[in-house]
Ligand binder design. Structure first.
Ligand SMILES: [Zn+2]
Length: 350
């Protein structure tokens, strides 16, 4: 994608636990060697929330503990929910891939498909990516969105608890001996703050995020759960966005206008076609306030979050019928036919 910076959107997403919550610490392994088995005594947890610094002492959980929310966990949840939204919003056309689908299926992952269509020049990967990969990236192109790890939060001991589970014998339906396990969970009322940044955004992309943010905020609807043990009722969280700022780079876009422009608004018609951009920021002129000019960019504050996300969601609604479906994108004859000149030179058509 573009080597230069055009715009940037930044905000903080605060995730507050509404019930038992655990992003599992992968470094806590099931004891296998004799030494490990002896080390684990009855009552030690089998899973604990993730920490930055790892020390394997399973008997040390009766006091305040420092935990954090990895950006990758939040990213995974946001991406998969966004895929669900796209599939539900436009059920009759395939607008997003299944990133895990390697084979030449209709929803083959963009990474896998683009891997077989390399070296096609500027804009090709973006233009031929599904709407979700245009935001979250794939192995063929960098992600537009970056989600940082939250700073460490010291969770007080009274907000931690053990949850015990028994294994059920699938054959007899009775309790399965030796299958008891214990989770150390973070209880309701603990907040993590993750910084999110989207560079060179198109407004419809922020619009898709607006739907995810809405579903995180209205957590009682139960559309989004996060972390381990969702089937046990874990992972209910509420997400709330703090102050949003929008930056524009370069003199051409840092002028006096307060209209919310997106990438397509700023680039030339040729570039728009090259990347298949959907230009058209919001027509509203009162969303951005308090410009702060710095060296080569100007940063504006969003004064009304609801109006801002509403305008972004509107951009997605306006454009969603204008995207090519995956089969249209990947039909090389239709999308990638060489320009007239090449044809006149006698190049064979596929
Ligand atoms: Zn994709």
């Amino acid at each position: 994608m573009l080597k230069r910076l055009v715009n940037e959107c930044r905000f903080t997403l605060t995730i507050t636990t509404q019930g038992p919550f655990i992003i599992r610490e992968g470094r806590l392994k099931k004891p296998e060697t004799q030494e490990e088995k002896e080390k684990k005594v009855k009552g030690d947890p089998d899973s604990i929330p993730i920490r930055r610094v790892w020390y394997d002492d399973r008997r040390d959980f009766q006091r305040d503990q420092p935990y954090y929310l990895p950006g990758t966990s939040l990213r995974g949840v946001m991406r998969s929910h966004l895929e669900r939204i796209v599939r539900s919003a436009v059920p009759d056309r395939l607008l997003c891939c299944d990133p895990l689908q390697q084979k030449a299926a209709p929803d083959q992952g963009c990474s896998s498909w683009l891997d077989n269509h390399k070296g096609q020049g500027t804009g090709y990967a973006y233009k031929h990516s599904c709407v979700v990969c245009r935001l979250f990236g794939s192995t063929a192109q960098a992600s537009r969105i970056r989600i940082a790890d939250s700073p460490t939060v010291t969770v007080p001991a009274e907000k931690m608890s053990y949850r015990d589970h028994i294994g059920i014998d699938r054959f007899t339906g009775g309790v399965c001996s030796g299958a008891n396990f214990r989770d150390l969970v973070i209880e309701a009322g603990v907040s993590f703050q993750n910084e999110i940044m989207i560079r060179n955004f198109e407004l419809w992309q922020l619009g898709l995020l607006a739907y995810v943010i809405r579903d995180l905020y209205c957590w009682e609807d139960g559309r989004i759960r996060m972390g381990y043990g969702k089937s046990k009722g874990y992972g209910q969280v509420q997400g709330e966005v703090g102050e949003v700022s929008i930056s524009y780079y370069g003199p051409s876009v840092s002028g006096g206008s307060m209209r919310l422009k997106d990438l397509g608004d700023v680039l030339s018609a040729d570039e728009q076609a090259l990347y298949d951009l959907k230009p058209g920021g919001s027509p509203a002129t009162d969303l951005l306030v308090d410009p702060n000019p710095e060296l080569y960019r100007t940063t504006w504050k969003v004064w009304d979050n609801q109006a801002f996300w509403g305008a972004a969601a509107q951009a997605w609604n306006d454009h969603r019928s204008g995207f090519n479906s995956l089969d249209e994108l990947r039909d090389n004859r239709a999308v990638d036919s060489p320009p007239e000149k090449a044809r006149a030179n006698g190049e064979k058509q596929p």
